[in-house]
Write a protein that binds this ligand. Sequence first.
Ligand code: NDP
Ligand code: 2IT
Length: 451
Amino acid sequence: MRVMQEIIAKVEEKDPQQTEFIQAVTEVLDSLDSTVDRHPEFVKAKIYERIVEPDRTIIFRVPWVDDTGEVRVNRGFRVQFNNAIGPYKGGLRFHPSVNLSIVKFLGFEQTFKNSLTTLPMGGGKGGSDFNPRGKSDAEVMRFCQAFMRELYRHIGPDVDVPAGDIGVGGREIGYLYGYYKKIVNEHSGVLTGKGLEYGGSLIRPEATGYGSVYFSAEMLTTRDESLEGKTAVVSGAGNVAQYTVEKLNRFGAKVVTLSDSSGSIVDEAGIDAEKLAFVMELKNVRRGRIKEYAEKYNVPYYAAKSVWDVVREQNLPLDLAYPSATENEIDAADAQALVANGCICVTEGANMPSTLEAIRVYQEAGILFGPAKAANAGGVATSGLEMSQNSMRLAWSRQEVDRRLRDIMKSIHRAALDAAEAYGKPGDYLAGANIAGFIKVAKAMYAYGIV
Ligand code: NDP
Ligand code: 2IT
């Protein structure tokens, strides 16, 4: 424990303003104290100190011209966190909140998540403080081209393979990939989440949401429970939330909420396939606000409230929670309301959606908790499958990719449970996922010597 506390203190001292990164480091290192006695070689080789420092951090200027002819300047990031077990791999986020702390926390988490997938991928993350909201397609294209004009020199199919995240979906990947192909003159698997016509994989768009539901099904089985007939609360209305709803419906659960950064809707009748199709058109094509759902289906809309505010303030009953919007959306008070209102399982579709205090509430209540790096790993796992298909120059069927995704989610669930058991924390998915993800990366780093 002392080893870990000293490392956390050093991280805090070096970068006191990087609060999200410090939070992610604290969460992981707190779980790793039980590995210290078992692996004195890791302590001696200072693996724990080395793993919290990214391999490199790239920060760059992104100048572009908006539709009125005005020059705009954004900041671009790529944090190549750790390539011990494979090329750097992880998404790009375009959102005004993006800064070095956010990108470092995401890259750090990604390192362990990618290790859990069983596929050979290191950890990285990038993005920009560019806000796609309200921008025309032409502006988004010019921004993506300007971003790639610098990023291209740092990435490659065997070096670093970016993908999407918040604000980066199929449209942005198309512009980014098209520009990379133009300037490098190479058609390769340098990005994932590509369109099906140019090297994308079936099921990649669905994979994070589907994977998160598969993971929750595995967790519920350990308590002789299933998704059938359960009431679920989902936050967000983007890629992860949409396919979480789709798969929950398939499993016979009822989803009663969605949200965006302006507010939340509650639909107690359930968001069925037809309503979900409306949400997809609203969010992916028209890029509108979730408020329109409330108007169309005549259900309550809570302006400026998160789904968790609504659960707390309206005493919304639920069985399952799928935070799928953004980091730190659930604090301790929200977590207490979840438990009090009947929640038996929290599955993190988003990255780090629960604060450290919220996690403590789940643990004390003894409810099932699927931490992000395990529960939402289906997205990057399927990116790994896209890379495999690109390297082999073939394309698997929908069924083939979905079967592999499901197997990977089962294997992550098993690995987390086994590591938790082996390291004296039975049933603790958080500790198990952190330990299992860490051990593989640490062994590889140890094998390389001091590099
Ligand atoms: P999208 O951009 O498709 O959707 C994000 C959704 O969350 C939108 O509804 C957005 O609202 C809402 N949101 C974003 N930021 C905030 C905020 N600060 N406050 C409130 N609401 C917010 O992103 P994804 O669905 O891809 O990503 C959602 C989460 O899942 C993120 O944490 C991401 O890191 C994680 N994730 C994504 C993966 C992927 O494959 N895409 C894989 C693994 C994890 P609005 O519409 O108003 O912008
Ligand atoms: O957080 C994540 O795992 C992602 N945004 C997906 C990354 C990827 O490379 O597919």
